[in-house]
Design a protein around this ligand. Structure first.
Ligand code: ZN
Length: 448
């Protein structure tokens, strides 16, 4: 049995802006919060298994960050070419790179990405993998201890998918089924399989229908991209006569289990379909700006009743896997078009935490209360460059505007400390520079 006492922190529950308790203990057993304040202290003092203690006076304790759209297979494609739009960037850099992975290079890519996530306070990810070698992703996720939802990506359209990344609909779904049988629900439920048609462009209609059906039958997250670039939308409209979101809706892909990355070029009827179906949109502002894709109208989507979470997308189009960067941009970008009150720091912080958790279907809304999952990030306001903190009664602006990864004091997943400030190897998970360079050299050799 694991026992953990976070001592004397300032608890930011995020249920509402006033949900702040200073100098308060938090006690967890086996990954579940059991007691807060004096009750937590009392439970921790009961004799039994040793209690791991984290002195947290002066630290801010909040639900962990959720990376709701990520491609761990692309971490080794970081620092790639500039000056390309989405479809040329996919064709010239990402797809050849993904096709060049072997099980070992994919493992290095996943470990590099997951160690970066943990060091940034991320406790859960939704990861669009690649077509093959997906066991490497699950093994790396199991080793990291992070809450992982992901698996293989589905790409079957012979007209748009490169041959070395193509699997037929039957082959792709059979691989998802194999992964589900092998990994889904393992590690106390931390590992989960998602159904992942990459996007409508590379998916035939039978594949999209099969994906929707499989997700419904097994209650799995359905993870896809849509309406990221105008070129993509033109392709889908040319083939189907419908706008991207309309097409997905027509085939039954929009449900409460669905996470759609981007949704930049969509209209109010698309937003209504997303809201009605309780689908989630994942906003990835850095990626959208790097590829000149456009700006997701987050305020309008939220007003239409759509849940919006945050993601970094892959390192190939960001190149940081850093929720602080995305929160900051999520609040700043709408202000280039609409008044500064449109999206508050508190709203962005909720998108990066509780909304992400809801999008991934991780259970009841994260709370700092007995019975809730113990997935936490501890922030140190005195580290880095975030002081002073005296001009506001609330810490939310400091977190979203001023803090960065240097302020992460500890990351706790399922009641276990997975990262502490100063742990440069992230518990040995982070590959060495030589491992990273060796893996990339092997991928490049395979691409020539
Ligand atoms: Zn993506």
């Amino acid at each position: 049995m694991s026992r953990l006492l976070v001592e004397g922190g300032t608890l930011l529950g995020l249920s509402d802006r006033a949900d702040i308790r200073s100098d308060t203990d938090l006690y967890a057993e086996n990954g579940t919060i059991r007691g807060i304040g004096s009750e937590g202290k009392r439970l921790a003092s009961i004799p039994g298994e040793p209690v791991e203690k984290i002195p947290a006076r002066g630290k801010w304790v909040l639900p962990g960050f959720v990376q709701a759209h990520l491609h761990l297979c692309q971490t080794l494609l970081r620092n790639g070419p500039e000056g390309l739009d989405l479809l040329s960037w996919l064709g010239r850099h990402v797809w050849p790179g993904e096709a060049a992975h072997d099980p070992e290079t994919l493992a290095v890519s996943a470990r590099l990405g997951l160690s970066e996530c943990l060091a940034a306070g991320v406790t859960a990810v939704l990861d669009m993998g690649t077509v093959r070698h997906s066991d490497s992703l699950f093994r790396a996720a199991a080793r990291s201890g992070i809450r992982y939802t992901g698996g293989n990506v589905l790409m079957d359209d012979p007209e748009t998918t490169p041959p070395n990344l193509r699997a037929t609909a039957d082959e792709g779904m059979a691989e998802t089924e194999r992964l589900r049988a092998t990994w889904h629900g393992k590690d106390r439920g931390r590992l989960r399989v998602a159904v992942q048609p990459r996007f409508a462009v590379t998916s035939t209609e039978p594949l999209l229908r099969a994906a929707a059906d499989y997700s419904a039958r097994h209650d799995l997250i359905l993870h896809t991209h849509a309406s990221e670039s105008r070129g993509e939308i033109d392709l889908v409209r040319g083939r189907t006569g419908l706008a991207n979101i309309e097409w997905l809706d027509r085939l039954g892909l929009l449900t409460r289990r669905t996470c759609v990355a981007h949704v930049i070029h969509a209209d109010s009827s698309d937003w209504a379909a997303l809201a009605r179906s309780e689908s989630s949109v994942v906003h990835c502002p850095s990626s959208n700006m790097r590829l000149s894709s456009g700006v997701c109208p987050v305020s309008e989507l939220k007003r239409a009743g759509v849940r919006v979470a945050l993601g970094s997308d892959g390192a190939a189009c960001n190149d940081r896997l850093d929720p602080f960067t995305e929160m900051r941009l999520a609040t700043f970008l709408p202000r280039t078009r609409v008044p500064p009150s449109s999206l508050s720091a508190f709203a962005a912080l909720r998108m990066a935490t509780v909304e992400g958790s809801a999008a991934l279907g991780l259970g009841p809304e994260p709370r700092l209360a007995a019975g809730a999952l113990c997935d936490l990030v501890l922030l140190d306001p005195e580290a880095g460059w975030a002081l002073p903190d005296a001009w506001s009664d609330e810490p939310y602006g400091a977190i979203v505007y001023a803090m960065g990864r240097e302020n992460v004091f500890a990351t706790i997943v399922d009641g276990v400390v997975r990262y502490r400030a100063g742990d440069t190897t992230v518990g040995g998970l982070k590959p060495t520079a030589a491992e990273v360079r060796g893996a990339v050299a092997r991928m490049k050799a395979g691409m020539n």
